[in-house]
Design a binder for this molecule. Structure first.
Ligand code: DX5
Ligand code: ZN
Length: 220
């Protein structure tokens, strides 16, 4: 994924699971840049979605990067399996890893997969400052994780700006992803704050014209 342009990453959490294959192919056809795969274990968040097998099966259907957002406890136990299943990016929560975050990011790298760290809306940037430069992507949650269709939390924008400054100072090619409640109304201010990978679940899957809405998120 390149850092110059805005990348749209629809979240398949909002897809119709009974036709997931068609949904993924439809996203690619309609111009998605990335497939955002929301993995939930019912422990780290009070919701359960899917695991490695979903990644393995959709891997066969698309060449788009699979961006696996692990909302699970002890993610280090599953990194290799997600890598083997075909994940291109694996992002893990600071809140799930804490002092094992750097070790987990290194494990992702060792598996030949691009790594990322995630912070919840109420987690300060300081908690991940020491690992940002080793990441291929940083994900800032603009909702509390666990479900789609929630309201964007604008108070996270200063954190996006702060991380953007850290990335610029590093001179490294690190993507800055935002996740939760992104829509046509707030996408302008979100991009201004420095995010360049936009996750969108409800906004894309509830749109009558997915191509139009993804293009709008990219250009508004
Ligand atoms: C929430 C997930 C998000 C969510 C985004 O826990 O991590 O990726 O699916 O969906 P919307 O865009 O509907 O908030
Ligand atoms: Zn997500």
């Amino acid at each position: 994924m390149n850092n110059e342009k805005i990348l749209i990453a629809p979240s398949i959490l909002s897809a119709d699971f009974s036709i997931m294959g068609e949904e993924v192919k439809n996203l690619e056809k309609n111009g998605a840049d990335v497939i955002h795969v929301d993995v939930m274990d019912g422990v780290f968040v009070s919701n359960i979605t899917f695991g490695m097998k979903m990644v393995k099966d959709i891997r066969k259907l698309t060449t788009l990067p699979l961006d696996c957002h692990l909302m699970i406890v002890e993610p280090w136990k599953y990194v290799e399996k997600f890598a083997e299943s075909g994940a291109d990016y694996i992002t893990v929560h600071y809140e799930a890893c804490k002092e094992r975050l750097e070790e987990t990011l290194n494990l992702i790298k060792k598996c030949g997969v691009k790594c990322g760290c995630v912070i919840n809306p109420d987690t300060p940037v300081e908690k991940i400052e020491n690992v940002i430069e080793m990441c291929d992507m940083v994900l800032v949650m603009s909702v509390f994780p666990g479900k789609g269709g929630q309201k964007f939390i604008p108070e996270v924008l200063p954190k996006v700006e702060k991380i953007r400054k850290i990335i610029e100072k590093s001179g490294k090619d690190i993507l800055l992803e935002i996740d939760g409640g992104v829509n046509k109304e707030n996408v302008g201010i979100i991009k201004k704050s420095g995010a360049n990978v936009l996750v969108a679940g409800n906004t894309v899957f509830s749109a009558p014209d997915r191509k139009e809405v993804m293009e709008a998120l990219r250009t508004l």
